[in-house]
Write a protein of this length. Structure first.
Length: 341
């Protein structure tokens, strides 16, 4: 016997690396040293920093991958993978420098996984981050044929004096909510249960989804906020804190960027909730509290700024084609968030 008899095709793995080489190289920044194929990716730190701090983050895509595999649509989940990592790192004020991926599958399908890596490369370009390397693992018996899982890891950099850690946030600061592109990559287990229990097909086109199929709606990739937020910081706009609204929604994530002794009072009806969330609530009979504790509800990223800066910040993001609204205010408290429902 050989390794192929056990279900692992080493030659196919080598051919896959050759097939994605140009995709990876298309993301490289000037700081990348060497090419694809080494045991480790090498990256030279950018110049101009006095006290550089490296900020790292890791995440996956979750059960959104099940929808991609059911629909045989694999070109967007790589964007999600990058977005979930770089948006986290961004909350410290850090610029994502490089990204690595881990792909595990039951049997290597070059065309399928090339679509995945193409999405990862697209996400890296949207974030200005180099795809420095990765790992593809063929694991027969662990994953079924056609199944795969993804994990990602990124490293960013920020000047220590400009790092955001909650210490700058003041009572009276306002929360500017940036629109999400949909559910992003959280709550998909509940989505899948609603679709399954409700007898829906992924190809159905409910009126509330404006003629777009359920499957396509929930494969809409995570919005990557990196370049627009970094541009705001570089322009001199005063930002005291930032939050990436992921699992747990606004109630769990927004308090994470506050200082001790602070809470957040939300402004009801201060933004338009996208129709996809109205459809989920109706189709699954999901109450408001459960919706807000599961989904981003149309707000994917939040910046805390002095009230006198709010109009300038909103104008900046609108110029970047990102809807922005004042959605809350920092108050005295113990980390609680009130006023959502």
């Amino acid at each position: 016997m050989d390794y192929r008899d056990a279900g692992v095709d080493v030659e196919a793995g080598r051919a896959f690396v050759d097939q994605i080489r140009n995709l990876v190289h298309s993301t490289f920044r000037k700081e990348v040293l060497g090419g694809l194929g080494g045991f480790g990716g090498c990256f030279q730190l950018p110049t101009g920093y006095k006290e550089p701090v490296l900020v790292s983050g890791t995440d996956g895509v979750g059960t959104k991958l099940k929808i991609a595999q059911i629909l045989n649509r694999h070109d967007t989940v790589g964007i999600d993978l990058v977005g979930m990592c770089v948006n986290d790192v961004l909350t410290s004020g850090a610029e994502p420098l490089f990204f690595l991926d881990y792909v595990a599958t039951g049997k290597l399908d070059k065309e399928q996984l090339t679509q995945v890596v193409a999405g990862i490369a697209t996400g890296c370009k949207l974030a200005g981050s180099a795809l420095l390397g990765g790992e593809t693992a063929e694991m027969p018996g662990f994953y079924q044929v056609g199944e795969y899982d993804l994990a990602g890891f990124c490293v960013g950099i920020v000047e220590k004096s400009r790092m955001l850690d909650g210490s700058l946030v003041q009572v009276g600061d306002v929360a500017i909510g940036l629109a999400s592109s949909g559910v992003h990559s959280n709550g998909l287990s509940l989505v899948r249960k609603i679709v399954s229990d409700g007898g829906f097909a992924w190809t159905d086109t409910p009126d509330l989804l404006n003629g777009v199929s359920i499957g396509e709606t929930f494969l809409t990739p995570t919005r990557i906020y990196v370049k627009s937020v970094l541009a705001a910081l570089e322009s001199g706009l005063e930002v005291h804190g930032m939050a990436h609204i992921t699992g747990g929604g606004l109630p769990e994530n927004l308090p994470r960027c506050l200082s001790n002794g602070q809470g957040m009072k939300m402004i009801p009806d201060s933004w338009t909730i996208p129709s996809v969330f109205h459809w989920l609530a109706a189709a699954g009979s999901v109450g408001a509290e459960a919706m807000y504790n599961t989904f981003n509800m149309g707000i994917g990223f939040v910046l805390l700024v002095p009230p006198q800066q709010a109009e300038q910040v909103i104008t900046h993001f609108q110029s970047q084609d990102i809807s922005a609204n004042v959605i809350g205010e920092v108050i005295n408290g113990a980390g609680e968030l009130s006023g959502l429902w």
